[in-house]
Design a protein. Structure first.
Length: 199
């Protein structure tokens, strides 16, 4: 199971967006990474550059590497309807993202670790594949061991804003319908990503 294990702050600084939910721990967000200062600040961003940055931002936000992300894009191209909406729906329905959206974990990387350590069950069956795609009506819950982890206990006790396509009661969540792009709280331009791969 491939994942990015390098420095994360520099990725957030490159995109100008808190990708990993570090909040106040993330410093110098407005400064590009690198020793030579912000490069190209005085130049107008090209269309290709804007599309590339959007693709990289979304890819890193969901913790997906290039090969897997391209598969999601190819699958969304093959379906009827809006390609961008379908792409975002596929990413949102990943098990690690659903665990995060339900408020069971403070960040997506923490949710991914919960899943891979077999602390998450889908319809009562343990699933340790972060990319598992949830279907309408499937329920997600945590095991007793997960609730002993301080960060997870704190996260589940808090009052989180749950997206409309999910329903949660205590430590059990359910996917009531497929997500649409309007359900996503982050500012994402799916059209830029679609145009990038349409070249």
């Amino acid at each position: 199971m491939a994942r990015y294990t390098g420095p994360k702050d520099r990725l957030s600084r490159r995109e100008g967006f808190d990708l990993f939910g570090k909040g106040a721990k993330l410093t110098r967000l407005g400064v590009s990474p690198g020793v030579h200062g912000p490069k190209g600040a005085s130049f107008r961003q090209s269309q290709y550059s804007r599309q590339l940055r959007e693709k990289q931002k979304v890819k890193r936000l969901y913790g997906v590497l290039e090969k897997q992300f391209r598969k999601y894009v190819e699958e969304s191209f093959k379906t009827k309807g809006n390609t961008g909406d379908k792409l975002m729906s596929l990413l949102e329905r990943r098990l690690d993202n659903v665990v995060y959206r339900l408020g069971f974990a403070p960040t997506r990387p923490a949710a991914r670790q919960l899943v891979s350590h077999k602390h998450v069950t889908v319809n009562g069956k343990k699933i340790n594949i972060p990319s598992y795609r949830l279907k309408k009506g499937e329920s997600v819950s945590l095991d007793a061991k997960a609730l002993e982890i301080p960060a997870i206990k704190k996260s589940t006790e808090g009052d989180q804003k749950i997206p409309k396509w999910l329903r949660r009661k205590a430590i059990i969540g359910e996917m009531t319908r497929e997500p649409v792009i309007d359900d996503i709280s982050e500012s994402i331009s799916a059209q830029d990503i679609v145009e990038f791969y349409s070249r």
